[in-house]
Design a protein around this ligand. Structure first.
Ligand SMILES: Nc1nc2c(ncn2[C@@H]2O[C@H](COP(=O)(O)OP(=O)(O)O)[C@@H](O)[C@H]2O)c(=O)[nH]1
Ligand SMILES: [Mg+2]
Length: 450
């Protein structure tokens, strides 16, 4: 599996380098995942409100009491739990400054975050294939983050974007907090639903089946409010046997079974990782494509207008110079010279006027980006059923377009060449799908991995 992951990561890095990076650089597009992140290995993120049982579940997975657990918010750290030959704890600063680890990007979340960030290396077999991230409770973050002293949401988002599996934990006492927790996750991401698994934990605490049904209903209702897609994420109803817990009123066999299924899902993280490396490259590539197409179209409108203005000025200048020359030769030297000078004056004044007009048009065009998007994607919006996808993508791409143009100006960007777009298309429509097909063929020949 490790070999397959390395091989895929290498192929994808190569695709980035040949077909994606040159265009992204040319158009100052946002940074792609760095090579270390691509080859970083499977990551499973645990989120949810405090005391929903995240740390207890992690200890259960590892078969040893690694993380502190308890009813009070016991832990306010993001903890990466990773395989290492000797037990060791590293602090945030050491983690982000180590180029061999794929977590350097977390430095951007800020120094306060780093003081709530640590890594535990453990010689635990389970961690050979999966790295786990435990997080502090989420619910306390529903309001503005004044009490924590660091940007908790940014931390969760950063990890959620990179994770291959995001487990969202809830417990029966707080099914109503689902909406806040999910909003926090989905709002700024939108694209993580494929890796979300919802875990309704502490099933052993229900007093009756009615109690359970009510709670499950509340959870689904809240999920429905925040998940736009038709398909619900999978919900695992489970519990972890803890010492001293009261005897359960419900039969627990099924819930124990669900726990084993959940463990299997976590063990499959490497397979998800493979898929995600490709998906991530595809999403980045599609975003880049939309971004350059919109910039290209907007820039084309502007340069066409500018060129026409300049052509008009040249015409005016030529007409005056011509008339001046004619007057000089045929009528009077003075009249000819005056006409030529007026012509040059008009052209110079016109040039500055034209520059102002071009600037104004750039502003207008940038204010009308939505209609430019509709024009460029007219066909795709009408035919095929990709409309929602495209509009969602545009929502993400638009701020990037605005940011670049605000900073560099449309005319400060170079022209998009057909061959560059063709190369990107080839990567998105041919090379990436081929890589995926090849991968699935290889995985099918190793059914134990599924
Ligand atoms: N009865 C019961 N208690 C649990 C279960 N999972 C966790 N707990 C207890 O709930 C408390 C909070 O768990 P913890 O793992 O610290 O929650 P975290 O804040 O989400 O990491 C601890 O006292 C655990 O023993 C469960 O499934 N059933
Ligand atoms: Mg915990």
């Amino acid at each position: 599996m490790k070999d397959l992951l390395e091989e895929t990561a290498k192929s994808v890095q190569e695709l980035y380098r040949t077909s994606i990076d040159p265009l992204a650089r040319k158009f100052a597009f946002e940074k792609r995942p760095v090579d270390g992140e691509i080859s970083g290995g499977p990551l499973v993120l645990f989120v949810g409100n405090h005391s929903s049982g995240k740390s207890t579940f992690i200890n259960y997975l590892l078969g040893e009491a690694i993380q502190r657990t308890g009813m009070a918010p016991t832990d306010d750290c993001f903890t990466i739990i990773r395989h290492g030959r000797h037990p060791e704890v590293k602090d945030g600063r050491a983690i982000v400054s180590n180029p061999e680890l794929p977590f350097g990007g977390a430095a951007h979340i800020g120094p306060e975050f780093l003081s709530h960030f640590r890594m535990r290396l453990l010689p635990n077999e389970f961690l050979r294939d999966v790295t786990i991230v435990d997080t502090p409770g989420m619910i306390d973050a529903a309001g503005p983050d004044t009490t924590r002293g660091y940007d908790f949401s940014a931390g969760v988002r950063w990890f959620a974007e990179r994770a291959d599996l995001v487990l969202v934990f809830f417990d029966p006492e707080r099914p109503g907090t689902t909406a806040e927790t999910m909003t926090e996750l989905t709002d700024s991401l939108g694209r993580i639903d494929h890796k979300l698994l919802v875990v309704m934990n502490k099933m052993d605490q229900f007093r009756s089946l009615r109690d359970f049904a009510r709670c499950y209903g509340t959870l689904c209702w809240n999920l429905g409010k925040v998940i736009a897609k038709k398909d619900m994420p999978q919900i695992f109803t489970t519990f972890i046997p803890v010492k001293g817990a009261a005897e359960s009123a419900l039969s627990l066999t099924d819930f124990a079974q669900a726990r084993e299924e959940l463990v299997q899902e976590i063990k499959r993280a490497p397979v998800r990782r493979l898929d995600n490396i490709l998906t991530q490259a595809g999403i980045y590539g599609r975003r880049l494509k939309m971004y350059v197409r919109i910039i290209h179209e907007t820039r084309k409108n502007l340069t066409r207008f500018r060129n026409r203005l300049y052509a008009l000025l040249v015409l005016i200048l030529a007409a005056f110079l011509g008339a001046g020359g004619y007057l000089m030769a045929e009528e009077s030297w003075m009249a000819g010279a005056i006409t030529a000078v007026v012509g040059v004056g008009l052209a110079v004044g016109g040039y500055f006027g034209a520059r102002e007009l071009v600037r104004k048009l750039e502003k207008t065009l940038m204010g009308n980006l939505d209609s430019i998007f509709e024009k460029v994607y007219k066909r795709d919006l009408v035919v095929g059923n990709r409309e929602d996808d495209l509009i969602l993508l545009w929502k993400e791409v638009k701020p990037a377009v605005t940011w670049t143009v605000d900073n560099l100006g449309l005319l400060g960007l170079l022209r998009l060449r057909g061959s560059e777009l063709a190369r990107l298309d080839e990567c998105l429509d041919k090379q990436l799908p081929e890589l995926r097909a090849k991968l699935h063929r290889k995985l099918e020949s190793k059914p134990t991995l599924y």
